[in-house]
Write a protein that binds this ligand. Structure first.
Ligand SMILES: C[S@@+](CC[C@H](N)C(=O)[O-])C[C@H]1O[C@@H](n2cnc3c(N)ncnc32)[C@H](O)[C@@H]1O
Ligand SMILES: Nc1nc2[nH]cc(C(=O)O)c2c(=O)[nH]1
Ligand code: SF4
Ligand SMILES: [Mg+2]
Length: 233
């Protein structure tokens, strides 16, 4: 017999999903650190170390990283930096889960920038990006309807993007593609940042998406998750 009451279960789910934490502390909930080939973004193909933080406030239907939603080791920022120094790669991506859920992520990113790292952050577009250190390269998703999370997009983030940052649309079908094109036009996104369209891996054909991009005549980069073709992490 389960001893968990409905109220406890609701509290557990709320904690798993998380709300942005205000608490400034010296540790982060960490799912994993690994060194691999960057599979996404304009850095695709480059060696990169990944810091995957735990928990996410969204539940995209096609998410490939659901294992980051729960748990995670409390890890001191000093320890994370020591591990990155030991790996020795000067390009680091902070991802998740949703990395912006944990406030100390900003301390980690600024310290890495101070140490001469090229720091990338991969974020969902649902939380405020304004506090991100201006030296950090932002890769921000805008979630299309097929994700089930379209109503979570924080369009106010757009004004905080630098021209070198990236806005990524992960697309499930033609409806998502049409939504993404309309969103780009409405917010004049091509003037604000680099734009990437990626197919949901295994669901939408990259060939088909490539044709749609060419037909649109727009300067949009096709992004395929190359680590999945290489069968690496
Ligand atoms: C796992 S998320 C973590 C960072 C953040 N929560 C976000 O969504 O950007 C990293 C990237 O993987 C993408 N992604 C996740 N599952 C995918 C899938 N099945 N196919 C293609 N891209 C996927 C997300 O859209 C996001 O751009
Ligand atoms: N190789 C590799 N490249 C990636 N780029 C972004 C990733 C992510 O999960 O955020 C990722 C990932 O999980 N693996
Ligand atoms: S926001 Fe990112 S980590 Fe969270 S469910 Fe969506 S793709 Fe997965
Ligand atoms: Mg991934």
């Amino acid at each position: 017999m389960s001893l968990t009451t409905p109220a406890q279960r609701a509290a557990d789910i709320a904690q798993e999903r998380g709300t942005p934490e205000r608490e400034e502390r010296s540790w982060l909930r960490l799912t994993e650190i690994f060194f691999s080939i960057q599979g996404e973004s304009s850095f695709a193909g480059m060696p990169c170390t990944f810091v995957r933080l735990s928990r996410c406030n969204l539940r995209c239907t096609w998410c490939d990283t659901t294992y980051s939603f729960k748990g995670g080791e409390r890890t001191e920022i000093d320890d994370i930096i020591s591990r990155l120094d030991a790996i020795g790669c000067k390009v680091v991506e902070i991802t998740g889960g949703e990395p912006l859920l944990q406030r100390p992520v900003h301390t980690l990113m600024s310290r890495l920038c101070d140490l001469g790292y090229t720091v990338l952050i991969e974020t969902s577009g649902s939380l405020d990006i304004a506090p991100i250190d201006e030296r950090v390269h932002i890769i921000m998703d805008l979630k299309a309807p097929g994700s089930g999370e379209v109503d979570k997009n924080l369009f106010a983030n757009i004004e905080h993007l630098k021209p070198t940052d990236e806005v990524k649309f992960v697309l499930l079908n033609r409806e998502d593609f049409d939504w993404a094109i309309a969103t780009i036009e409405e917010h004049q996104l091509l003037d604000r940042a680099q734009i990437i369209f990626s197919p949901v891996h295994g669901e939408l054909s990259g060939h088909e998406l490539a044709n749609w991009i060419l037909e649109s005549g727009k300067s949009i980069r096709l992004g395929l998750q190359i680590h999945k073709f290489l069968d690496v992490e």
